[in-house]
Design a protein around this ligand. Structure first.
Ligand code: 9D3
Length: 242
C-alpha cells in the first residue's frame, strides 16, 4: 500500500512516521509512505501557499494551484482515494479504517488555516474525514491517526492476526476486560483468584462478565450496538441487577 501525505508542515509527520509500528511496516515493504511539502509546488517566488478568502472574513485559505500540482506530482489513477482531513468530514471509525486498508493508494491532504479552496474538493478530493469533534490546528495529527488505524489492518503489520481481530471494538465491539501480570500481589493488591485457577472456562466467563460490566458502565452505546449471544445477554441481566 502506498500513502502520500501532502502538508505544509512536513516536520510534524517525520518523527511519528519513522518510529514504531509504521517504521517496521515500511522496512518490511508493506507500506510505502511519502511526505510531500505543498510549498514545493507554489508558483511564485515568495512560495505563497495561502491567500485571503474571496468575499472577505478572517483567516487564510489554502490556494488551489500548489495543491493540484502536489497531487498531480504523486500520480493518481481512478482507484486512488484522495482524502482531505477536515473538521467537516465523516468521522473516522474502525470500520472505515478496515475499508481503507484494502486500498492500493491513498493521498492524504492536510489542511491548515481556515480552509482549502473549494475547487480542490470538487475536482480532486474523493472523501473528507474528521477524527472527532474537537478543534485542532491542522490535519497533520488526524492524518497520523488515520494511518496508524489503517496500518494495523494491512496484513503483516501487526504480528499475530489474533491481536488485530480480537481487539476491543473488533470482536464484539465491547471494551477490554481487565488484565494483570506478575507479581501476584502488588502493594497489597492481589490479582483476582480466578485468573490463577487454571480453569479456562471460569476465566473466560469472568473476562466476559468484566468486559460487559465495564462497557455497560462507560459506553452503554456500545452495548446497544453489540450483537450479544444468549450467554452474554444472561450475564448482562445479572450485572444490571447487581
Ligand atoms: C470554521 C471554523 N473552524 C472549523 C471548526 C475552522 C477550522 C479550524 C481548525 C478549520 C480547520 C482547522 C484545523 N483542523 C483540521 O484540519 C482537522 C481536524 C480537526 O480540527 N478536528 C478533528 N478532525 C480534524 S481532521 C482535520
Amino acid at each position: 500500500m502506498r500513502i502520500d501525505i501532502l502538508t505544509l508542515f512536513p516536520g510534524i509527520l517525520t518523527g511519528p512516521i519513522e518510529e514504531s509500528l509504521l517504521k517496521k511496516a515500511r522496512d518490511k515493504g508493506l507500506l510505502d509512505i511519502r511526505i510531500i511539502n505543498i510549498r514545493d509546488f507554489t508558483v511564485d517566488k515568495h512560495k505563497t501557499a495561502d491567500d485571503n478568502p474571496y468575499g472577505g472574513g478572517a483567516g487564510m485559505v489554502l490556494k488551489p494551484e500548489p495543491v493540484f500540482k502536489a497531487v498531480e506530482s504523486v500520480g493518481i489513477d481512478k482507484d486512488t482515494k484522495v482524502i482531505l482531513l477536515s473538521p467537516a468530514g465523516n468521522r473516522l471509525s474502525q470500520k472505515k479504517a478496515k475499508e481503507l486498508a484494502k486500498e492500493k493508494h491513498l493521498v492524504l491532504i492536510c489542511g491548515h488555516y481556515e480552509g482549502i479552496d473549494e475547487r480542490v474538493k470538487e475536482e480532486l478530493v474523493t472523501e473528507e474525514i474528521s477524527i472527532g469533534d474537537y478543534v485542532l490546528t491542522g490535519g497533520e495529527l488526524p492524518a497520523l491517526v488515520l494511518i496508524d488505524a489503517v496500518a494495523r489492518f494491512v496484513p503483516g503489520v501487526v504480528k499475530e492476526k489474533e491481536s488485530v481481530e480480537k481487539d476491543s471494538f473488533n470482536d464484539k465491539g465491547l471494551l477490554d476486560y481487565p488484565c494483570y501480570t506478575r507479581p501476584e500481589e502488588f502493594r497489597g493488591k492481589k490479582v483476582p483468584e480466578v485468573l490463577l485457577s487454571g480453569n479456562h472456562k471460569k476465566i473466560e466467563h469472568w473476562r466476559k462478565t468484566e468486559a460487559l460490566r465495564r462497557t455497560l458502565q462507560r459506553r452503554p452505546d456500545l452495548i446497544d450496538a453489540a450483537k450479544l449471544d444468549k450467554e452474554e445477554q444472561q450475564i448482562l441481566k445479572e450485572i444490571s441487577e447487581q
